[in-house]
Ligand binder design. Structure first.
Ligand SMILES: Nc1ncnc2c1ncn2[C@@H]1O[C@H](COP(=O)(O)OP(=O)(O)OP(=O)(O)O)[C@@H](O)[C@H]1O
Ligand SMILES: [Mg+2]
Length: 344
């Protein structure tokens, strides 16, 4: 592995030769992967991630996210297709491409019998960072990860959240320009998770492009500017987070009702009203529909609404509509043209 002595993550981004904007941090074209057991994990995936972006890769279990990340980080061999990292082709210039990447894999994979400081310094050494530089960086990264007081402890004794933070700290030791995280906050409580979001935002603000997979849709909504949703080895939707959420044309509400609901519910034209129990109504209505109309109908039927809440996280709604067997049914069945939003 060649040396990586780059001091900062925010190295100048080369401009595309055709003048069509900066070279993507990651460019994947028609990527296919069939494992030895003949599982087709990727069936022609193409996507671009802009430099500086914070990008989410979402998808249900077994969708192909880790396979995609494995290929990009050279842990899994591709069956067909092309991967470029900041314009560097993975097939022809693997070592150069790998020097640009920091990977936080889905499974914890450090030696539990080593100390955090040694894990970081040895990892950097493996990538050619001189020891004196590595020691300085390790202190910096362990402090950022709030693990400095654990630097000399056996890693096995760290809590689950601390181990996850150690994985991020380790990946940052080579000062990668592209940080890829496969479910970095899995199984981590909400407080620690929010702390990790802060760290990731700081890393991104300092110029590192970030791609993450997550099952916490709230996490993607809070952190990421662009996203791709992958299902059964295919991208079913991609684009700026805001544009995708704006496409959701149905909203869901739950109404808590005073007293008991009548046996027959009123009908509201264009919307679907159902009772989830004696005291709760479930409403699905088009986005542009006026809620006053709903309240008028309910009022006439003698139903008094005590409180209301939105039914679900909007990204969750989008996700459910697009993945598994719902893909063809919802109003979001078509792909948004992939035009990644330029990040600030
Ligand atoms: N080494 C392997 N050998 C054979 N099949 C594999 C291998 N790794 C993954 N697969 C299969 O490829 C498909 C995609 O798996 P992958 O791990 O990429 O999904 P994922 O989106 O990361 O899922 P999760 O959210 O559960 O982590 C699955 O059907 C899985 O069983
Ligand atoms: Mg996975």
């Amino acid at each position: 592995m060649t040396q990586n002595l780059a001091g900062t993550a925010a190295a100048a981004t080369p401009a595309a030769a055709d003048g069509a904007g900066p070279v993507p941090a990651l460019s994947v074209r028609d990527l296919r992967k069939t494992y030895d057991n003949r599982v087709e994990a990727l069936k022609g995936v193409s996507l671009d991630v802009a430099p500086g972006d914070f990008f989410a890769l979402l998808g249900p279990n077994g969708a192909g996210k880790s396979t995609l990340i494995g290929i990009v980080s050279s842990l899994v061999n591709l069956s067909a297709g092309q991967v470029r990292i900041f314009g560097t082709d993975l097939a022809t210039r693997r070592d150069d491409a790998m020097r640009l990447i920091g990977l936080v894999p889905q499974e914890l994979n450090f030696n539990m019998f080593e100390k955090p400081l040694d894990i970081l310094v040895n990892y950097a050494g493996f990538y050619g960072v001189p020891r004196s530089v590595a020691i300085e960086r390790a202190e910096e990264e362990l402090k950022r990860a709030q693990l400095w007081d654990k630097a000399g402890m056996m890693s096995r004794t760290l809590s689950g959240g601390m181990k996850r933070r150690l994985m991020i700290a380790r990946a940052m030791m080579t000062r990668p320009q592209l940080l890829i995280l496969d479910e970095p906050t899995a199984g981590v409580d909400i407080e620690i998770r929010r702390g990790m979001w802060k760290t990731l935002r700081e890393i991104n603000a300092a110029g590192t492009t970030i791609i993450l997979t997550t099952h916490y849709l709230e996490e993607a909504e809070s952190l990421c500017r662009n996203l791709a949703i992958i299902d059964h080895g295919r991208i079913v939707e991609q684009g700026p987070m805001k544009a995708l959420l704006a496409k959701l044309d149905v909203e869901g509400f739950l109404f808590d009702i005073d007293g008991v609901l009548p046996a027959t519910l009123p009908t509201i034209e264009g919307a679907t009203l159902s009772a989830t129990d004696d005291h709760t109504l479930d409403l699905e209505m088009p986005r542009e529909m006026d809620l006053n109309r709903v309240f008028a109908v309910l009022g006439q039927a003698g139903i008094r609404v005590r409180s209301m809440r939105t039914k679900s996280n909007r990204l969750e709604e989008l996700f459910v509509r697009l993945t598994s067997d719902n893909a063809d049914k919802g109003p979001l069945g078509n792909s948004v043209p992939a035009q990644p939003e330029q990040s600030a």
